[in-house]
Design a protein around this ligand. Structure first.
Ligand code: TXA
Ligand code: MG
Length: 305
């Protein structure tokens, strides 16, 4: 294998152990689910999650789905009402994602939810994803394992063609069974149609304005409560400065100027800025290349209130 190609390993115990070791070290791994191949990372590790966005080249921090081994594990992350409990009992493990209130003590990195107070979770049925969940003991964030704006992968070869050297390891367990991303349910509506149908669920489709069609289309993006000034090279007396690289702030996203580290820390830094005494927030310029485009997209949204 050259550096241009990911390692593709057939599913077996040794392959799962290798994938789990990568995840536990903060890396990313492509793994099949019953719907599409996902690009998985430890959902409690903000830098690992930032590597997912970087590998996909996602234009914005669209929130990710978190995969759990069972309902008990899911209940430690999100708050279930009786309707959610009934759906989970009926359809999990399987291709159903529930958007539920996030537990404040969940330990999930805020980059996973893009700073929202809800979280999308599911218990997958596929043996490979289940084995990886068991071997890592971590909740796994996983969007579809394709470059942003490309078609979702249903075979290991699709992942390799789309992400190439940006994914180090692909766990290959043949073509996925559902081949369509999971059905997403939130607020007793179908937010994204999928393998489990409206008829099966007995739920209405959300009006088009609330459906999730493309990254960055959610209306409820995180925005700080305070005014935010972009591209600041120094701090005004009434500002809290979030620095980057050579610009040192009250808080500095990445003193080394590493955009992946900056992405991992961005939402936490904005939360801290909101909680700090100064009435205004300023943030240093972040280069637009790579994941910097996503950072700047989110910052523009956060600044235009
Ligand atoms: O089948 C699937 O769901 C696959 C496999 C890998 O599990 N995953 C997948 O993830 O399709 P992704 O990231 O491509 O799609 C996740 C969708 C996005 O459209 C996102 O906007 C939505 O879930 N989402 C995530 N968290 C949300 C939240 N808190 N509220 C509303 N929508 C949310
Ligand atoms: Mg996708």
């Amino acid at each position: 294998m050259t550096a241009q190609h990911p390692r593709i390993v057939q599913y077996d115990d040794a392959a799962v152990a290798e994938a789990a070791a990568l995840i536990r070290a903060g890396g990313i791994v492509a793994v099949p689910t019953e719907t599409v191949y996902g690009l998985a990372a430890d959902a409690t590790d903000a830098e690992a999650v930032a590597r997912i966005y970087a590998a996909k080249g996602r234009p914005s921090f669209n929130p990710l789905i978190v995969h759990l081994p069972d309902l008990a594990a899911a209940e430690r992350i999100a708050i279930f009402d009786s309707h959610a409990c009934a759906l989970a009992t009926r359809w999990w493990p399987g291709p159903l994602t529930l958007v539920l209130p996030l537990r404040p003590d969940s330990g999930i990195a805020s980059l996973v939810t893009a700073g929202l107070d809800t979280i999308a979770i599911r218990v997958p049925a596929h043996r490979a994803m289940q084995a990886l969940l068991a071997a890592t003991g971590r909740p796994l964030a996983a969007p579809s394992a394709n470059a942003s704006n490309a078609i979702s992968p249903t075979r290991a070869a699709h992942v390799a063609a789309s992400l190439r050297e940006r994914v180090p390891l692909i766990l290959d367990d043949g073509p996925t069974s559902a081949g369509l991303e999971s059905t997403i349910v939130g607020s007793a509506m179908i937010l994204r149609p999928g393998p489990i149908t409206a008829e099966q669920l007995g739920l209405p489709n959300a009006p088009p304005s609330e459906q999730i069609t493309a990254p960055g289309q959610l209306a409820t993006h995180y925005a700080p409560a305070k005014p935010l000034r972009l591209d600041a090279i120094s701090r005004a007396p009434d500002e809290w400065l979030i620095g980057f690289g050579a610009i040192t702030g009250d808080d500095t996203l990445s003193p080394a100027g590493n955009p992946i580290e900056a992405a991992a820390r961005l939402f936490d830094a904005l939360h801290r800025a909101d909680a700090a005494p100064p009435p205004r927030i300023a943030i240093a310029p972040i280069p637009a290349a790579g994941i910097g485009a996503a950072i700047n997209d989110r910052l523009r949204r956060a600044a235009h209130r």
